[in-house]
Design a protein. Structure first.
Lengths: 291, 103, 410
C-alpha cells in the first residue's frame, strides 16, 4: 500500500476522519516526511490500537519495529499463534497468520513468490513470532530457512514464556524458572538461538532489549535491508511478559534495563558480506537504498 | 508409439495387477502384450505372449508357446523392439495361415 | 571433497526459459480444441507434461514414494525453464506451508505428496481452503497406516474429504494429465479460489504406462492473476485482505466464532461453485456407461478401470451392468448420482480402501432418492489387487437375493 494509494483525490482529504488524515499527512507511508521513533506519539502509526495487556513490552517493540520498517508499503508480515499476532494483525500491513510454527516455511514460499512476481520492486518479508512459535514448534522451519539462505527477516518476540496459552515454559525460558508445565522449575537452560543462527550462516544476527528506541529502529532497518540484498537475518528481542512474570506495569521498562544488564545485552553479529553492504548504504544516508 | 494395426482390444489388465493389456489378432493367432507397473520406472518393460484364439469375438484365447516366434513369454525393454516384433509376428501369422490352409 | 565436485549450474545470460517460448492459449482452446497426439507414457510423465503446459510459477518438492518421480520430473522442468522457481523443502509441513505462502504471493503454485506425507502436511493442507489459496496438490495414493508399506491404497483421501479442498480423482494416466491442467484453472476462478487436489492411485497410474492424448508442448495455459481472486494476493499492492484485517477474524480467541462459521460456509459453497468448471473442463463431473442398467457400479480412481472391464465381460455374458465414474469427490456429484440412480435396483461400490469412503458418500447422498440396494464393496486394500473376476463375483452374488449381502460388515 503505497502512499499514493492512501492519498484521496484532491479536496477530499479534509472530509475524512482525522486519524486517516494523520496517516496520510504524518504517517510512515509518507516518504518525504518519514517519522522517526523519537516522534512516537506525534503521528499516526501503522499500529496504534491493540488488545494487548497494559504495560506490554512486546507491544512497544512491535510499534517501534513498524515505524522502523524501511518500506512498510512493500512489507508483508508472517506470524503464528501467540500474543504478538493480536497486535500485529491490527496493522495496515498485510499479516499472514498461518498455522502453529509454520512462519518460516510460509515466508520462504511467499518471499520467493514475491521476488518472481515483482523482479523490480523489492518486497520485504518479515517473520514476527514468539519464542515458542520459533524455537519450539517452528524450529525445523526456522533452521531450514536459514540453511537455505532465505532472504527474509525473522524477529523473535522473546518473552520467555507461552503467554497467549497462559504461561507455560518454552525453550527460551531460563533455567530454574517456575512456570506452568515446569512445576519444579525448568530443568534445562535457555536455548542458545543466537549461536544456532551463527552456525546456520545467518548474515545479520542481533539480540536486543527495547531500552533504546533508536537502537531498535536501527537494528530493524539493518535486518530488513540486509535480508533484502544479502541473506537471512535474525533479531532476538526481549519483550517481557509482565503478566506471567508478575512484573508490575510501572516496572516493565526497569525490568528491561535490568535484563539487558544481566543477560540480554545488545549484541550484533554481521557477516562480511552484510558489513560491506551496510557500509555502502549507511555511509550515504542521502541516497536511497539501491533497488 | 507402437502399431495400432490389428489391435482388437485394449483393456485394464483383468487380474488387477495394473497396466493396459493389448490384444492383437491376425488370422486366429495373436499377441497379448502388457507393460505392467514397476516399483522403479527404469524397470518398465513389455511382457509379450503369442496366443491362439479359441473365440475371437469373445476374446477367448490360449497362450501358444509352440510357434517359431516364441516358446516363452518375451520381454522387450523399449517400444521400438516391441513394435518390430509385432510387425514380424503379423507377417508370420499370415504365412502360418497360408501354410495351415495347405495342410 | 575437492572443489571439482561442486556443481551449481548458472544459466547463461542469453538463456530463454522454456515457457517463454510457449504460446498462451485459453483453457477452452487447450482443453476442447487444440489438436492432440497420442503417446504411451507413465502417470508421472503424464503429470510432467501437464505441468509443462500449465505455466507453473513455483513447485516445492519433498520426496516420498511413489510421488518422488513426479516432483523429480518437475525439477527437470524447472531446469528447462518451464517452472519459474523450485526447491526441495524441509519436510511436508514445511512444503505445504511454503506452497501456501507462495500462493499468497499470487503466483501459480504446485506441490505433490503421497500417503504419510499427506498426513504429515495435513495441518497446513487443511488451512489452505480457509486462507483461500489457489494451488494444486498432486496426491499419489499409498498406504498410510502401520505396518508401513508403499502399496497403493487410497484411504488417505478420506482425510481430505472434509478439509474444504476440491478433490479430483483420476482413473488413469490420461486423467492425471487432463485433471492436473484443469485443476489450475478451476482453482483460480474468482468464485472458487480454493486449492485443488488431484489424486491418483499410486503405482497403478504413476508407475505404469498408459495412452495419453496430449496437446502440443509449445502451448501453455494463461498465467495466474493473483488479484483476480476472492482473497487477493497478500503482496501489499492492495489493501490487506479481509482474512488478515477485519475485526473479528483471527484477532481474538473468543469473538471469532460467528465469522469463522460464515467463513466455513463460504468455503464449502465455493467447492460447489467449482462444479460448473469441472463440468466444462473435464467434460462432466461423472461419466456414465449403460445409464439404463438395473445394476450400477459406482467407482472413482483405478477402481473405474477394473469396473470398465467388468462391465465389458458382463456384456459378453449377456448381462447389462452400468458404471458411474465419479471424477470429483469434492464437490460430490450429488444431483448427478441421484438422477442416474433413481430407477436402479442394485449398486456396487468397488474401492481400493478398507473404510469404503466412497460407499459412505454414495449412501449418504442417495438416501431417500433411490430404492436401490447398495453393496459395501467389493473392496481391496493394503496393496491388494482387484481382479475383474472379483467384481463379477460380487455382481453374481447380488443376483442371488441375499439381504445380508448388502449390509456393511464393518
Amino acid at each position: 500500500m503505497a502512499h499514493d494509494n492512501l492519498t484521496p483525490s484532491p479536496g477530499y482529504l479534509e472530509w475524512l476522519p482525522i486519524e486517516y488524515q494523520d496517516l496520510v499527512n504524518l504517517g510512515p507511508y509518507n516518504r518525504e516526511k518519514k517519522p522517526k521513533v523519537t516522534d512516537m506519539g506525534k503521528f499516526k502509526e501503522i499500529i496504534e490500537e491493540h488488545p494487548m495487556c497494559a504495560g506490554c513490552a512486546m507491544t512497544l517493540f512491535i510499534r517501534l519495529a513498524m515505524i522502523a520498517f524501511p518500506n512498510p508499503e512493500h512489507t508483508i508480515i508472517v506470524g503464528t499463534a501467540g500474543c504478538g499476532r493480536l497486535a500485529i494483525s491490527q496493522a495496515s500491513i498485510p499479516f499472514i497468520y498461518g498455522n502453529y510454527g509454520d512462519t518460516n516455511s510460509v515466508a520462504s514460499g511467499l518471499k520467493r513468490g514475491l521476488d518472481q512476481k515483482y523482479p523490480n520492486q523489492p518486497k520485504d518479508v518479515v517473520v514476527m513470532a514468539g519464542d515458542g512459535g520459533l524455537i519450539d514448534i517452528g524450529f525445523q522451519g526456522l533452521m531450514h530457512s536459514w540453511f537455505r539462505q532465505e532472504r527474509f527477516t525473522t524477529i523473535m518476540l522473546d518473552n520467555e514464556v507461552y503467554g497467549n496459552t497462559g504461561g507455560q515454559e518454552s525453550g527460551m525460558t531460563a533455567q530454574g524458572q517456575v512456570l506452568k508445565m515446569a512445576p519444579r522449575g525448568k530443568v534445562t537452560g535457555k536455548i542458545d538461538a543466537m549461536s544456532l543462527a551463527k552456525v546456520a550462516g545467518v548474515d545479520y544476527i542481533a539480540r536486543i532489549a527495547p531500552t533504546n528506541p533508536s537502537r531498535v529502529a536501527r537494528t530493524i532497518r539493518r535486518a530488513v535491508m540486509i535480508a533484502r540484498e544479502v541473506g537471512p537475518t535474525y533479531i532476538q528481542a526481549y519483550t517481557s511478559c509482565n503478566i506471567e512474570y508478575a512484573i508490575p506495569t510501572g516496572d516493565v521498562m526497569q525490568d528491561a534495563f535490568d535484563m539487558e544488564k544481566e543477560r540480554y545485552g545488545f549484541e550484533e553479529v554481521i557477516s562480511d558480506k552484510a558489513k560491506a553492504y551496510l557500509d555502502e548504504i549507511e555511509k550515504k544516508p542521502a541516497k536511497k537504498a539501491k533497488k | 508409439m507402437f502399431t495400432q494395426e490389428n489391435l482388437i482390444l485394449q483393456r485394464p489388465e483383468p487380474s488387477g495387477n495394473g497396466g493396459v493389456q493389448f490384444l492383437y489378432e491376425v488370422k486366429g493367432y495373436g499377441i497379448l502384450a502388457i507393460n505392467p507397473p514397476m516399483e522403479e520406472i527404469s524397470q518398465l518393460h513389455w511382457e509379450v505372449d503369442v496366443i491362439k484364439f479359441t473365440d475371437v469375438d469373445k476374446y477367448k484365447f490360449e497362450v501358444c508357446h509352440t510357434t517359431e516366434l516364441a516358446n516363452k513369454t518375451l520381454v522387450f525393454y523399449n517400444d521400438k523392439t516391441f513394435n518390430e516384433f509385432l510387425l514380424k509376428a503379423f507377417d508370420y501369422f499370415k504365412e502360418l495361415d497360408k501354410l495351415e490352409k495347405m495342410l | 571433497m575437492s572443489d571439482s565436485k561442486l556443481y551449481i549450474k548458472e544459466m547463461p545470460a542469453d538463456w530463454v526459459p522454456g515457457r517463454d517460448k510457449q504460446k498462451v492459449v485459453s483453457p477452452e482452446y487447450m482443453f476442447h480444441e487444440a489438436p492432440r497426439e497420442q503417446v504411451f507414457i507413465t502417470g508421472s510423465e503424464a503429470a510432467r507434461e501437464a505441468i509443462r503446459r500449465s505455466n507453473v510459477d513455483i513447485a516445492i518438492s519433498y520426496p516420498i514414494t511413489p510421488q518422488s518421480e513426479t516432483m523429480q520430473q518437475a525439477g527437470y522442468l524447472y531446469d528447462e525453464g518451464y517452472i519459474g522457481e523450485y526447491y526441495r523443502a524441509e519436510e511436508e509441513i514445511g512444503t505445504m506451508s511454503a506452497i501456501g505462502g507462495s500462493s499468497r504471493a499470487g503466483i501459480r503454485s504446485l506441490t505433490a505428496t503421497s500417503g504419510p506425507g499427506l498426513m504429515r502436511g495435513m495441518e497446513a493442507i487443511s488451512s489452505w481452503p480457509g486462507a483461500r489459496t489457489p494451488l494444486v496438490l498432486l496426491n499419489m495414493c499409498r498406504v498410510i497406516n502401520t505396518p508401513l508399506a508403499i502399496q497403493p491404497d487410497n484411504i488417505e483421501m478420506s482425510f481430505l474429504i472434509n478439509s474444504g479442498l476440491i478433490m479430483l480423482h483420476g482413473e488413469n494416466q490420461q486423467d492425471f494429465y487432463d485433471y492436473t491442467m484443469a485443476a489450475f484453472m478451476i482453482s483460480e476462478q474468482v468464485d472458487v479460489t480454493l486449492p485443488v487436489s488431484v489424486s491418483v492411485d499410486g503405482f497403478f497410474v504413476t508407475h505404469a504406462r498408459g495412452n495419453v492424448k496430449m496437446q502440443a508442448d509449445d502451448l501453455k495455459l494463461p498465467p495466474r492473476d493473483g488479484w483476480r481472486s476472492a482473497v487477493p494476493a497478500m503482496d501489499n499492492e492492495n489493501p490487506p485482505a479481509r482474512i488478515s484485517r477485519d475485526a473479528p477474524i483471527q484477532k481474538s480467541n473468543f469473538i471469532s466464532y460467528h465469522m469463522h462459521a460464515s467463513w466455513q460456509q463460504e468455503v464449502f459453497a465455493a467447492t460447489e461453485r467449482a462444479k460448473k468448471y469441472i463440468n466444462n473442463y473435464l467434460g462432466g463431473i461423472v461419466e456414465i456407461i449403460n445409464p439404463d442398467a438395473d445394476v450400477m457400479l459406482i467407482a472413482s480412481g483405478a477402481a473405474v478401470s477394473q469396473s470398465r472391464e467388468a462391465v465389458r465381460q458382463s456384456s459378453e455374458l449377456g448381462i447389462k451392468v452400468g458404471l458411474i465414474k465419479v471424477k470429483a469427490i469434492r464437490p460430490f456429484p450429488k444431483a448427478e448420482l441421484r438422477e442416474a440412480c433413481k430407477n436402479v435396483k442394485q449398486i456396487l461400490v468397488p474401492e481400493f480402501n478398507q473404510l469404503g469412503w466412497l460407499h459412505k458418500e454414495v449412501c449418504s447422498n442417495l438416501f431417500g432418492f433411490t430404492d436401490a440396494q447398495i453393496a459395501p464393496g467389493p473392496r481391496v486394500y493394503g496393496g491388494m489387487t482387484m481382479p475383474t473376476e472379483m467384481i463379477l463375483e460380487w455382481l453374481e452374488e447380488g443376483r442371488k437375493d441375499k439381504p445380508w449381502f448388502f449390509q456393511d460388515p464393518f
